[in-house]
Design a protein around this ligand. Structure first.
Ligand code: GLN
Length: 232
């Protein structure tokens, strides 16, 4: 760590709800893999920060507008985003998958989406994937700002399916969110911590150094296990 970094409080934007990466616990505190990683990395590297749960798309927009210093929000490292942002080393592998209501026995493939409404979350890889197959399979897209409202639209039957990141949907399904996964995972990008292109290089370096220290110490795996361990 360096003296300059110790004086500054970095503003770090995140999603409103994206369990197990960021979500509010019973006390209203933001917890999850991203939140715990950030906390441990900041401790390891000696920097101060404040988290702003803005929602995913708003967080990305705020970073682009340089209103915040960084984003950690299960944000996929994509070539398109690399034009605007600098990413840390990848810290979690992801991918996009489709889910339907757990009682829906009619939709089990993209072919079954014809003429139906499909829910996506604005600005995400899931939304981009849905758009990329929309014409081929002939469905309509309905957009939401957060995953909770997107899932709710499927639960109420307004949308027939939704697309979201595999680790998030799998966790939600296991927690009993009322949905089920019906397709194979599409290949997707890994998650990274992002800063605006050419900005906050020292913060990015501290994130990478801290991440590598946490991996070496076993703390990284402990954080993952805390949220993902199946126990059986
Ligand atoms: N990983 C996805 C993306 O970057 C979704 C992130 C999110 O919804 N928080 O587009």
């Amino acid at each position: 760590s360096n003296a300059k970094a110790e004086e500054k409080t970095y503003i770090i934007a995140t999603d409103v709800t994206f369990a197990p990466f960021e979500f509010q616990d019973e006390n209203g505190d933001f917890v999850g893999i991203d939140m715990d990683l950030l906390k441990a990395i900041a401790e390891d590297q000696g920097f101060k920060y404040q988290v702003r749960p803005l929602g995913f798309n708003a967080a990305v927009q705020a970073l682009e507008a340089k209103q915040v210093d960084a984003v950690i929000a299960g944000m996929s490292i994509t070539d398109e985003r690399k034009l605007k942002f600098d990413f840390s080393d990848p810290y979690f592998d992801s991918g996009v998958i489709m889910a339907v209501d757990e009682d829906n026995n009619k939709v089990s493939s993209y072919e079954d989406l014809k003429g139906e409404r499909v829910a996506v979350k604005t600005g995400t890889e899931g939304a981009a994937f849905a758009q990329s197959i929309q014409d081929k399979y002939g469905f309509k897209i309905v957009t939401f700002d957060d995953s909770a409202n997107m899932y709710e639209d499927v639960k109420t039957g307004n949308s027939i399916a939704c697309f979201d990141d595999y680790p998030v949907l799998a966790y939600g399904v296991k927690q009993g969110n009322g949905l089920k996964i019906v397709t194979d995972k599409e290949s997707g990008s890994s998650y990274g911590f992002a800063v605006a292109k050419g900005e906050n290089a020292e913060l990015l370096q501290m994130f990478n150094d801290g991440l590598s220290n946490l991996k070496a110490s076993g703390e990284y795996q402990k954080i993952l296990d805390k949220y993902l361990e199946t126990g059986d």
